[in-house]
Design a protein around this ligand. Structure first.
Ligand code: 3UK
Length: 537
């Protein structure tokens, strides 16, 4: 195992020091250009100084609401360097979501991409926050002027400050950044991670399992605000001196293909060697008419996480490109992947074996580890993980922190079995959360939005399995007497009032919902109904 980081440890300073010997090597290639390691070093330190000049102090939180770009990386590492805590949030949420996060994190400032400024301004208008400064990346800040805060343009703001002399003398276990994780009920959970956690995931998984190297060019369809993307496109590659491709737009097959084939102005023929995506993205690419030929890409390794990778998708991808997809399970709480397949030893349909440095237990209903069967397999139970990258807590949420972070062990919320070869096999979640395109969706949140539509009396949302073996949301909707509407209208309503990725992919209008004697909706009956209509392959 790699050595533990020193007690005083600042992850941003650690990355800059590791790469100080090759200032000319490209670090980040985004939609507008290339940032070399030397320039990254300087911009991170300028950002730290500029944050201090705004009056930000150690441990104070800053909202990071940006599209993937080199500015995202500079902002994140600049915060860490200064000991300021970035709260990196999903760029696809609503103004209401951001208003909650700003208040909950008591963010003192926000770093935002210009196209997201109007949504942020709407959130700031709700009041109750402590934001005094907003820094806008790329594009004019004129479109929306959030009242009562100072506005800065990112580039000019950096240029106006000299590089900070020294990094904040942080403890390795000090809060470094937050990510929000959704639960089935209640507000999203502010998951507090440390400087050392970034180090451990990069060493144990990025280097240890994936074997990333300085000559790699890495591209992640999963964005930086996801824990998966943050490792893939920031902490892992920058820990080994590799180069990263960043893209602001949505990872459609066409946009991803352009990067994989090096066919963008800033890539100019350079092709990624390592690609990270979620199963839904792989399925969408395989089904797309413009899927590139094997000799048009330069891949040596692909990774999948976020939801279980169906065997068929992995096998079809490997047959087409001659490159395996390494499926591994991770979580926001553990920061990255803790159980995974290995390059050169992939068993499709499984999550592989524990990543060295992590320990797993499958526990029974009595809470004790289940005894293996004579052949070494373990029957279905609750997966727990122990390892050095677990979050400290959910901020201001003792109750849910206690349920998840149980001493050295973290409750994953997943059901798993283990086969006779010691490989772990995903068997569903033990809460109501759904993973759609690798992203958490709470069925209850979608139901609450559905019933806000004037024509809807009640609704129940379940996960159904599509032809690729992937989870999609389906809403069963009962209309009010005399009301009429269409599936399209219901979906448009959801996209308008919810983060758009949460809209139900299928709608069924029914006369009534199955209920218990006490009036509780029986979602399992709807799931049974689906299973009858769609016999398992
Ligand atoms: C599910 C998987 C089966 C599982 C994540 C890699 O997905 C990540 O984090 P989230 O907090 O969700 C965690 C939950 O998603 N899941 C993720 N990967 C797999 N289920 N097979 C998989 N390979 O329910 C897990 O508990 O959004 C993934 C790295 C960092 C991450 N945060």
């Amino acid at each position: 195992l790699p050595p533990a980081p020193p007690e005083r440890f600042n992850f941003a300073a650690h990355l800059l020091a590791r790469n100080a010997a090759h200032p000319e090597r490209p670090a980040l290639i985004d939609d507008v250009g290339e940032l070399r390691y030397g320039a990254l070093h300087e911009r991170v330190r300028r950002c730290a100084q500029a944050l201090r000049a705004l009056g930000l102090r150690r441990e104070e939180r800053v909202l990071l609401l940006m599209h993937d770009s080199s500015d995202w990386v500079v902002a994140f590492l600049g915060c860490l360097y200064a000991g300021v805590v970035p709260v990196a949030v999903n760029s696809l949420l609503t103004a209401d979501d951001y208003a909650y996060q700003l208040r909950h994190a008591r963010a003192q400032a926000a770093l935002v991409s210009a196209p997201l400024l109007p949504t942020l301004a709407q959130a700031l208008q709700q009041g109750g926050h402590e934001v005094h400064s907003v820094v806008v990346s790329r594009g004019s800040a004129d479109a929306a002027q959030p009242g009562g805060v100072a506005l800065h343009a990112f580039d000019a703001w950096l240029d106006a400050h000299p590089p900070a002399n020294a990094a904040a003398d942080t403890h390795g276990d000090e809060p470094a950044f937050w990510l929000y994780s959704s639960g089935s009920t209640g507000r999203p959970k502010g998951t507090v991670h440390t400087h050392a956690n970034l180090y451990w995931t990069a060493e144990l998984y990025g280097r240890g399992v994936l074997g990333l190297q300085a000559h790699d060019l890495v591209f992640s369809a999963a964005k930086l605000f996801f824990a998966y993307g943050l490792g893939n496109a920031l902490s892992f590659p920058l820990s080994v001196g590799a180069s990263v491709v960043l893209m602001a737009e949505r990872p459609t097959p066409t946009a991803v293909f352009a990067r994989l084939t090096g066919n963008t102005p800033t890539l100019a023929g350079r092709r990624p060697t390592v690609f990270f995506g979620a199963p839904t993205g792989y399925a969408g690419m395989l089904a797309h008419p413009e899927l590139p030929e094997r000799h048009h890409v330069g891949l040596r390794l692909c990774s999948s996480a976020g939801e279980a990778l169906p065997r068929d998708i992995g096998e079809r991808w490997a047959a087409h490109f001659g490159v395996d997809i390494i499926d591994g399970i991770g979580s926001t709480e553990m920061l990255h992947i803790y159980c995974s397949n290995r390059p050169g030893a992939v068993a499709y349909g499984t999550s592989g074996t524990p990543v060295p440095g992590y320990e797993l237990e499958i526990r029974g209903d009595d809470g004790l580890p289940m005894a293996p069967n004579p052949d070494g397999s373990i029957d279905i139970g609750d997966l727990y993980v122990r390892g050095p990258s677990a979050a400290l807590m959910y901020w201001n949420d003792r109750e849910r922190s206690r349920q998840t972070f149980q001493g050295a062990w973290t409750r994953t919320g997943d059901k798993y079995t283990r086969d006779a070869h010691g490989r772990y096999i995903y068997a569903g979640r033990n809460d109501d959360m759904l993973k759609v395109s690798g992203i958490y969706v709470s069925p209850f949140e979608v139901e609450a939005t559905l019933v806000r539509h004037p024509a809807v009396l009640e609704a129940a949302v379940i996960g159904i399995t599509d032809a690729d073996g992937l989870t999609k949301t389906k809403a069963y909707v009962v209309l009010r007497p005399g009301a009429s509407t269409t599936a399209e209208e219901i979906q448009a309503h959801c996209k308008q009032h919810l983060a758009p990725f949460k809209y139900p992919r299928a709608i069924a209008f029914v006369a009534e919902l199955p209920k218990t004697a006490t009036g509780k909706i029986q979602r399992f009956r709807l799931r049974e109904l689906e299973a009858q209509q769609r016999p398992a392959a």
